[in-house]
Write a protein that binds this ligand. Sequence first.
Ligand code: MD6
Ligand code: FE
Length: 210
Amino acid sequence: MNLFSQLAAEPTHEDIFPGTVLMRGLALTQDAEFFAAIEVILSAAPLHHATTPSGLPMSVMVSDCGTPEAFRRRWDPQNPSVRKLWPSIPRVLADFAIRCAVRSGFPQFRPDTCHINRYHAGTKLGIHQDRHEFDLYQPIVSISLGLECIFLLGGFQRTDKTKRILLEHGDVIVWGGPSRMRFHGVQPLKPGHHPLTGPYRYNLTFRKVA
Ligand code: MD6
Ligand code: FE
C-alpha cells in the first residue's frame, strides 16, 4: 500500500446504478479510529461463525451492534449461542455512516445496526439479497477495511450478470431505493497482509432494520 498516494487522493463519487454510489477512499481519513471502534464492538460481542439459512457454519466471522429493537428483529433462534443483547453503535461510526448516506442522496437515513463481517484468505460470501430489514427502500452503507476483495453486484434475479467491483481499504458503497434488492456477493478473498488489519478484510454494513 502506498500510504502517501492514498492520503493524497480525493474520494470518488461513482453512480454505478440508480441508487448505488461508490465512494472510493472516503473512509481513509477515519481508518484507525474506525478500527479502534470495531475492537470495542468485538470485545463486547465476540466474532462467531455466521450460519447458512439451513444452520451450517460459514467461514465468514460476524459480529453486530445496534439497538434492542434491531436485536429483537434480527435475533436468530437457530443460533442460540448469540443471545446477548448487542452493544450500541459507536458514535463515530454511526455519524460517518449518516454522512455517507447524505452524500449518496439518502439524507433521512438513521442506522440502528452495524453488522461486521471478517474475511480471511479463501472466505467468500455467496450471492444473496438483504431482505430482513423492515423498510426495503432504506439504504445500506457499506465500509471496507483491510484486504481488498472483488465484490459482485448483480441484478434482481440470482442468475443476472454481475459487475465485478474491486473494493479496497477505505472504500464506501451505499445502495438503496431502486437498487436495494440487487443480488450481490464477495469472491474468495486473496491472501495478503494489511498494515491495519493484518490478514483480514472487514466489512461494516449499517442498516435501519427495525
Ligand atoms: C461484504 N457486503 O462486502 C458483504 N450487503 O463483505 C454485503 O453483503 C452488503 O456490502 C448489502 C449492502 C452492502 C453490502
Ligand atoms: Fe449483503
